[in-house]
Design a protein around this ligand. Structure first.
Ligand code: FE2
Length: 167
């Protein structure tokens, strides 16, 4: 996944409008989203490419650190433009994966829970990192059985607020 992460950051970094290193929606958050997504992919035995790309692209078109309700929609449009310009080659996603990624990014801030399992993993991986903004993730807003577990929520919450853990 190292090449995929680099390919995503190469696209995001030059045009990112916020503080990529210290912001609530910067690389620290994206790395934890990917950590959460990887765990869900492993538990559900599903491929990792789309959740990995989601982690590093979903906040790419934020205008601010607040709700910014249209940032997912804008990121989806941006992705579509890159796709049409042939600039997504380094991501190495096939058309099916690209469509799943676009759905995951476009809908990630709408609060939905019913979707393709890969999209559900993307949404859960982001929502599990809400502790950094003072919100405890709630099972009712999560999609997958593993993410809904108290142990998963608590471990992700601790990571999101910077508590060191043994596991
Ligand atoms: Fe996010």
């Amino acid at each position: 996944m190292k090449n995929l992460i680099k390919a995503c950051l190469d696209l995001v970094e030059p045009q990112f409008r916020l503080d990529i290193n210290h912001g609530w929606h910067g690389v620290g958050h994206w790395a934890r989203v990917w950590r959460n997504g990887l765990e869900l992919c492993e538990v559900m035995e599903l491929p990792q490419q789309v959740p990995c790309a989601f982690a590093f692209l979903h906040d790419s078109q934020r205008f601010d650190e607040g709700m910014d309700p249209l940032h997912g929609h804008r990121a989806c449009e941006w992705l579509d433009r890159l796709y049409r310009e042939g600039r997504l080659g380094p991501l190495n996603l096939d058309l099916r994966d690209y469509k799943l990624l676009a759905r995951a990014i476009g809908g990630h801030s709408h609060g939905g829970t019913e979707e393709h399992p890969i999209v559900q993993i993307c949404w859960d991986s982001d929502r599990l990192d809400l502790g950094r903004v003072g919100i405890m993730p709630a099972a009712q807003y999560l999609c997958t059985p593993h993410a809904k577990k108290d142990s998963t929520i608590m471990a992700a919450y601790k990571r999101s607020i910077g508590v060191k853990q043994c596991v």
